[in-house]
Design a protein around this ligand. Sequence first.
Ligand code: ATP
Length: 306
Amino acid sequence: MNQELNTDKVIEVEGLSRHFGKKEALRNINLTVRPGQVFGLVGENGAGKTTLIRHLLGAYSAKTGSVRVFGFDPVANPVAVLGRTGYLSEDRDLPLWMKVRELMAYTAAFYPDWDQPFAEDLRKRFGLSLDTKIKALSRGEKAKAGLLMALAHRPDLLLLDEPSSGLDAVARKDILGEVIRSVAEEGRTVIFSSHLLDEVERVSDHVAMIHDGAVTLDMSMDELKEGHHRFVIRFSESRECFPDVPGLLHVEGSGREWRVLCTGALDELNGLLQETDGQIIETMTPTLDEIFVARATGIPSKTMAI
Ligand code: ATP
C-alpha cells in the first residue's frame, strides 16, 4: 500500500535558482503541484526543464531556494521521495545488457508496491518481448520499457522527461492519451516535459512554461484558454503599425487587416478599436502552441503607442 500523502502539495518549489558556471539554468522558480494534477512543463531546448526535474528527484540539491516533494527535501529524504516516485529520464538510462525480463525483476526488487500483473499487462500492451535485450530495443521501445519501469510500482508521482521522444504517433496517443490520464484518474500526480505542445494541450490540466530558466506562465489549461484570445481586426484605413494595447502578445499583418494574440485586457482593446475605427471580424481560441510562440518571441515589433 502507498503511504497517505502528508501534504496537499505534492511539489512545492520556492525561489529555486541554479547556476552551472556562468550559465543561470534556473532563475527564482516558484511552482506548486497538487495531487491528481497532470502538469505539463514546456519550454524550448535548454530552457531548464531537465534541471528542474533533477532537483525534484534530489539528484541536484537546491543551492538557492527550496524544493519539497511530498513535504520532504528530496536530498535529505531520498527514500521518502523516490520510493513513491516513478521517473522516466530523457536519456532513458536503462541497463543495456539486461533482458526485459531481468529488468522487470531487478526493478521490482526496489519497490514493495510493484504490481506484477499490471507490469505484465503494460509489457504486452507495449509489445515488449521478455527475452529481448534492452540494447536490441529501438528508441521508442526503450522509451516504453522505461515507462513500464516507472509505472508498474504505481507511484504517487510520475515524473516523465520528454516521454514522447522516439515514440510513433500511435504509441504517443496510447501513452499520453490513456496511460497518463489513467494514472491521474487514480488520484496520482504526473509531471511531464514535452516539446509537443499539442500533446501537452490534450493531456495536461495545468501548464508551466519555462523560458531561459524562468517560469513565464503557470496556470490551469482552462485559465490559459479563457485568458488568451486571437482576433482578426480590420481598420477602416490602412495602418503602418498596430497600436500598442495592454496584454498584446503577438501581432502580424499589414494595411487594414491585422491578426493579434492578447491576454484578457479586452476593455482596452475595445476602447482602442473605437478610437481607431477598427473592428474585430473574427475571434478564435488560440492553441497552446500559438500562445507559447507568442510568449517566447516577446514584445511585438509592429506596434506603436496610440
Ligand atoms: P531540452 O529540452 O533540450 O532537454 P531543457 O529545458 O531540459 O532542454 P536543461 O537540460 O535543464 O534544459 O538545461 C538548461 C541549461 O543549463 C542549458 O543551457 C544547459 O546547457 C545547461 N546545463 C544543464 N546541465 C548542465 C551541466 N551539468 N553543466 C553545465 N551546464 C548545464
